[in-house]
Design a protein around this ligand. Structure first.
Ligand code: CMX
Length: 435
């Protein structure tokens, strides 16, 4: 839809002028000192990225263009008063910077539906892999394979002026977001439903269509996926998946490459794989304790056993957050409202009562509270999406909304290649000891 693109351009080009002004007039202004501790612990707290789509407050959690998750669930357009906010609306908010009207959201839904055609060779690439190839391996490879259609790459090779990079990036981003549900559902049905694929329904919204193509076509699951897609969509710019997309994109690699690389970061256990790990770990706990309904005391013992084995408790802790993740709370509210007495969800709720004290007692964990991954798997499982090796793919479909909106901004601002400085360990030793 050209008018949404134009609206974005009008709004964002003002920010571009600001970016250019800051670069020109204030390049030497010192904004932070960097400590050796920050360098040695993953650059935590070092301001080094520009991300407009969302900002993470350690105590309060994520805000998307200033709006908290409860505010978004209330204010973003919905299909009916009972349904969850549509992720297309969040994408609009992140891109344009204002809450959309219902028509804006419907237009994005329609636009995405027209762009959703996945090339045959992408299905062939997926089919060429063994069925037990990890879903994230298939997902990332499928995304890379669609780079054959990159509008940005073709325009670049044809010698496009750099001031138009953002425009062709926008086209790639919209096409990629449109196709992700189809790719994800194809991977899902191939492995778990014996290749019985379900064609998209272009009349459905983006998340509703994903539920439909996965074969979980109830209004409850559509709603769950709408919520899921909203809360996982962005977490400012420094997390591994967002930062990877920004970094790879900064070399002017096309958006398919940038997002495929981001997905390989998301696949790590300290990031998006944690949503599978939580379920694996709970199942191991049930087996180890020989009960489906462990008591809080049994759960506490199992947590200590996990820590004593030198492992992390998945779904707990965060590099930035210092309180319960509001994405956890949104899912808990959804479960409290819709689900009664599910053993897995009971365990997740009991963990919330038990784990923070245990992690606090270690004396080293900076955030003992649950993150988004502590809840998501149990909800999916409850609604029949039981194949937990697939869960990180769902995270990956959602994360595209924020990360790729930022990628368009990067190109509009004219951001250069990212290139921080590295030193050998001896250099840091010299800084510390003076010798
Ligand atoms: N269980 C056990 N130990 C934990 C822990 C947890 N849940 N969270 C942190 N720690 C440990 C760290 O491993 C580290 O130990 P060492 O000093 O021995 O290396 C110590 O506590 C300090 O870590 P931190 O500063 O509190 O946390 P980090 O910023 O280094 O790491 C995170 C953050 C999320 C990787 C970490 O909390 C963790 O591993 N959590 C479990 C995995 C998880 O849920 N990841 C998903 C995060 C959300 C997402 O991206 O999807």
């Amino acid at each position: 839809m050209e008018y949404i693109k134009n609206r974005f351009y009008q709004k964002a080009s003002r920010c571009t002028q600001e970016y250019q002004r800051l670069k020109k007039e204030h390049a030497d202004k010192v904004i932070a000192n960097v400590t050796i501790g920050q360098v040695l612990t993953g650059m935590k707290g070092v301001p080094s990225l520009v991300t407009d789509t969302s900002k993470l407050d350690p105590a309060e959690g994520i805000r998307f263009r200033g709006y908290s998750i409860p505010e978004l669930r209330e204010k973003l357009p919905k299909l009916s008063s009972n349904s969850e906010a549509l992720p297309e609306g969040l994408f609009y908010l992140m891109l344009v910077g204002e809450i959309p009207e219902r028509d804006d959201v419907m237009n994005i839904s329609k636009d995405l539906a027209t762009r959703a055609h996945v090339p045959q060779h992408t299905f062939d690439v997926i089919d060429a892999m063994p069925k037990n190839a990890k879903p994230m391996t298939q997902f990332s490879a499928a995304i890379t394979s669609m780079a054959t259609d990159s509008v940005f790459q073709k325009a670049y090779r044809a010698g496009i002026n750099k001031k138009y990079y953002w425009d062709t990036t926008y086209e790639d981003v919209m096409n990629l977001i449109a196709r992700l549900p189809r790719v994800a559902a194809y991977i899902y049905r191939r492995e778990f439903y014996n290749d019985q694929h379900i064609e998209p329904n272009p009349r459905l919204d983006w998340a509703g269509n994903l539920a439909h193509m996965m074969g979980h076509d109830s209004e409850e699951v559509r709603n769950l996926l709408r919520l899921y897609m909203v809360i996982h969509a962005d977490h400012e710019g420094g997390n591994v998946s967002a930062h990877t997309a920004h970094l790879v994109g900064s070399a002017l690699s096309n958006p398919y490459y940038a997002y495929s690389a981001a997905m390989l970061g998301l696949a790590g256990p300290l990031h998006g794989y944690a949503n599978q790990d939580v379920i694996n770990w709970i199942f191991d706990m049930q087996q180890d304790l020989n009960t489906e309904n462990p008591t809080k005391e049994q759960i506490a013992e199992y947590c200590k056993k996990t820590l004593n084995a030198g492992r992390v408790i998945p779904g707990y802790g965060h590099a930035v957050l210092r309180k319960t993740d509001p994405r956890f709370t949104a899912q808990k509210e959804f479960a409290d409202k819709n689900i009664v007495n599910d053993p897995l969800i009971n365990i997740v709720n009991n963990l919330y009562e038990v784990v923070p004290d245990i992690l606090r007692d270690t004396g080293k964990v900076k955030n003992p509270w649950p993150n988004v991954d502590a809840y998501s798997g149990s909800l999916l499982y409850h609604y029949g999406i039981k194949e937990h090796t697939f869960y990180t793919v769902l995270f990956g479909v959602s994360r595209a909304l924020g990360v790729l909106a930022s990628l368009i901004n990067d190109r509009l601002y004219g951001m250069p290649i990212e290139r921080p400085t590295s030193h050998p360990m001896s250099w840091y030793k010299k800084q510390a000891d003076g010798s």
